[in-house]
Design a protein around this ligand. Structure first.
Ligand SMILES: [Ca+2]
Ligand SMILES: [Ca+2]
Ligand SMILES: [Ca+2]
Ligand SMILES: [Ca+2]
Length: 356
């Protein structure tokens, strides 16, 4: 018993330190992008807390228009994502996968059906929602230091400009006196975008004051239908070249400027294009007419869409279903551990073999 308890304690502290590492990674690991909200990895912590993130767990596309590569892992692992690290003990990861398997397999027939996986995905998506709500509490406190439960656009703007290195007191003073602020073009563009989003997140009355719930939808558009629409509009605006508010395949696979900067050139581009083409043709363009409309993209990105979850479930099963029975057995999940969890269960024999 004692050793089990000690084991759990050490698990807890490992979890905490992994969580910390993961939070750091999350800040730095996002791919480069071309949207107006693009930011360099920030050295100022406040900035990350109050800016809407590019990446949303459990949402299929990032704000900058990139496909979310970790999507299926996010909806398979839920809030346990941080616990599966590349170099953590394989035996422990195996154990955790076995536990997950038994939870997904509701009817205990030792195999996972598409329906069971769909239910699991919805449950895990809900976990990401809850996490965002919890984190938002913290972020909201940062922008509402007087704790009156409302944040005005000006207050937020001051915090934002302070995070850009401007003097907070001076900015506040100037805004109060309606004086002009000296802001570079790029920052102004980001600010304009944020203001649009702020308006959008502000429910009637339109007083530009956001409460905690409205601030949540400002940072996490996946939590509100209206904000999801807004996010889709922004993504289409950034990719749409002929301004018809729809996307053709060629618009969808045009490389945004700067995407492959500093990367190993052409093969990266090729994979990027191949993945996007497949996703466009097979999934996003639901009626397969070669055009992605706002409605199609909105359906695609809605994390609460049960039809999407079922599709995702079927796709997950197809990837690992070696015996072709349209179900996942434990062995199949273990074998494809890297796909489901991002971390390989070491196969020493094979690794040695491959090295020679
Ligand atoms: Ca089952
Ligand atoms: Ca277009
Ligand atoms: Ca279509
Ligand atoms: Ca199977």
């Amino acid at each position: 018993m004692v050793s089990k308890r000690a084991f759990l304690c050490s698990l807890g502290s490992i979890y905490l330190s992994l969580l910390f590492v993961f939070l750091l990674m999350d800040v730095y690991a996002r791919p480069a992008n071309s949207s107006a909200l693009k930011e360099k990895p920030a050295d100022n912590k406040d900035e990350n807390e109050i800016l809407p993130p590019d990446h949303l767990n459990g949402v299929k596309m990032e704000l900058d228009g990139h496909l979310n590569k970790e999507f299926h892992q996010e909806v398979f692992l839920g809030k346990e994502m941080e616990e599966f690290e590349e170099d953590s003990e394989p035996r422990r990861n195996r154990k955790k996968l076995v536990v997950i398997f038994s939870k997904v397999d509701i009817n205990r027939d030792k195999k996972i059906s598409a329906k069971e996986m769909q239910r699991w995905i919805m449950e895990k998506t809900e976990e990401h929602f809850q996490e965002a709500v919890e984190e938002n509490k913290m972020h909201f406190r940062a922008v509402d230091p007087d704790g009156d439960g409302h944040v005005s656009w000006d207050e937020y703007k001051i915090k934002f400009l302070a995070s850009k290195g401007l003097n907070e007191k001076q900015v506040a003073e100037k805004i109060k006196n309606n004086e002009e602020l000296k802001i570079d073009e790029e920052t102004q563009e980001v600010l304009d975008n944020l203001k649009d989003r702020w308006y959008q997140a502000d429910n009637p009355p339109a007083d530009l004051l956001l409460n905690e719930e409205e601030f949540l939808s400002f940072l996490h558009p996946e939590h509100s239908r209206g904000m999801l629409k807004f996010m889709v509009k922004e993504i289409i605006r950034d990719l749409d070249q002929d301004n018809d508010k729809k996307l053709t395949l060629s618009e969808f696979i045009s490389l945004p400027v700067g995407t492959v900067e500093n990367q190993q050139a052409q093969d990266v581009d090729d994979d990027w294009v191949k993945d996007r083409k497949k996703e466009f043709e097979e999934v996003i363009d639901a009626n397969h007419d070669g055009i992605v409309t706002m409605e199609e993209l909105e359906e695609y990105m809605d994390p609460m869409n049960e039809y999407n979850a079922l599709n995702e479930a079927k796709q997950m099963i197809a990837v690992a279903d070696e015996n072709q029975n349209h179900h996942l057995e434990l062995e199949e999940i273990l074998k494809y551990s890297e796909y489901f969890t991002g971390s390989k269960l070491m196969d020493y024999a094979r690794n040695v073999h491959e090295e020679f």
